[in-house]
Design a protein around this ligand. Structure first.
Ligand SMILES: [Zn+2]
Length: 408
């Protein structure tokens, strides 16, 4: 099923024309939902766990103190992955964290205690705050994503450490696009690749795009922040030959154990005292996700709404619908309640953190609107698909003079 007009999946809440490549079957069900059904009904998970044990056995490295490296944020999935490796499979993991500076209080608590509750070595890498602020600013101006540095750090620093410590297996949680859009099947046993990292996780950008030299070359010299290679060493993906020589592979836990974030949270709480968010998020009902960055569910997610017309109201409800925790009707209610909300408290903090003014934010953010989703009527933004009702979603800031005032 395709066509010119955008439509919604009959089962979840995703729209057909969006930032992900969704495909639909005859019944109008998207590839993400098809994948979720397959995981629930068609996969022999006992067999998969045996395959995982075998894989670890075959990849033991006598030259390393560690059997596996787990990139951890301190979230429910990090706890579950470590629980599985250490206490179910009896392995010795090295935990590695890229620390993006904006942890929530509860997220920080969870992260700090991993080394105690799991009795594991834990490396936490913290780039200087000044560098991170600059990367927030540049990420916003270049691609409307202030958290690009997080995606980059999470998908680079652990690989550097695996090479350094002679660890052959990196154990990731779920493959984001496989889960959300059904990019791969559970029978593909997809592994981590440099291509997927760059094109999807890093949106086609790399560390050098943030340096003065490259900005200058690309005619964006006015954005220079004084960043060079020496500031971004943690963001440089290792050479193919190095990865090949050490035999490093990145596998996804979700190919070997049935992946349910709610269940991961339940296990983490019950066995290890993991804490969910103790306050309310402005843009989602879920309190078990994204505690490692206070702006992830706030400013960052609001930009996603500005760009693609949806946010975590849709993402989290879709996860919960597919897993059987929520009805589609309830999900639609959540979307209407959360997706459009301007996270005033979170934005205020981010403006203070980066020095970007609210006016500048509004004006620059408007440049990232996806025309497949948005249209303008009487200088207001409307969505082509807004779950009924034609309410507008705010002023436009595309006026030429306004935009020129903030050339970015
Ligand atoms: Zn769907």
């Amino acid at each position: 099923m395709s066509g010119k007009n955008s439509f919604n999946c009959k089962k979840c809440l995703y729209i057909s024309k969006t930032d992900m490549n969704l495909f639909f079957d005859e019944a109008g069900i998207c590839t993400g939902c098809q994948n979720a059904e397959f995981a629930k009904n068609k996969v022999n998970w006992d067999l998969r766990l045996e395959m995982l044990k075998k894989l670890f056995n075959e990849n033991k490295n006598p030259d390393s103190k560690y059997d596996v490296l787990i990139g951890v944020s301190g979230g429910k999935d990090s706890y579950f992955q470590t629980h599985l490796c250490k206490n179910v499979l009896g392995l010795n993991p090295l935990l590695v964290t890229y620390y993006g500076n904006n942890y929530t209080k509860d997220g920080e608590y969870n992260l700090r205690r991993m080394k105690s509750v799991f009795n594991c070595d834990h490396i936490i890498f913290k780039p200087p705050t000044e560098t991170l602020v600059k990367l927030n600013v540049l990420g916003f101006y270049l691609q409307g994503d202030m958290n690009w540095h997080n995606h980059c750090g999470i998908y680079t620093y652990p690989i550097q450490q695996a090479i350094k410590h002679n660890i052959k297996i990196i154990f990731w949680g779920e493959h984001g696009y496989m889960d959300r859009s059904g990019m791969f099947s559970y029978d593909d046993f997809v592994e981590f690749t440099k291509k997927n990292r760059k094109e999807h996780d890093l949106r086609g950008f790399d560390w050098y795009d943030f340096t003065d030299d490259v900005l200058e070359k690309k005619g964006k010299g006015h954005l220079k922040m004084g960043l060079g290679k020496k500031d971004l060493e943690w963001a440089i993906y290792p050479e193919d030959q190095e990865i090949f020589d050490k035999g490093v592979r990145g596998i996804y836990a979700s190919n070997y154990v049935y992946w349910d974030g709610n269940e991961n949270a339940r296990i983490s709480k019950k066995l290890y005292g993991w804490k969910e968010y103790s306050k309310e998020f402005q843009r989602t009902y879920r309190k078990i996700s994204n505690l490692d960055d206070m702006h992830e569910n706030g400013a960052h997610d609001y930009l996603k709404f500005i760009k693609f017309g949806y946010g975590r109201g849709t993402d989290h409800s879709t996860k919960d619908i597919r897993l059987g925790y929520m009805s589609r009707a309830k999900g639609i209610e959540m979307v209407k309640k959360y997706d459009h909300v301007r996270p005033t408290i979170d934005l205020k903090r981010w403006f203070e953190y980066t020095g970007i003014s609210e006016d500048k934010f509004n004006i620059c953010a408007d440049r990232f609107r996806d025309p497949r989703v948005w249209f303008i009527k009487n200088n207001k933004w409307y969505k082509k698909n807004s779950w009924g009702g034609e309410s507008n979603f705010g002023e436009t800031y595309l006026d030429k003079k306004l935009q020129e005032k903030y050339v970015r």
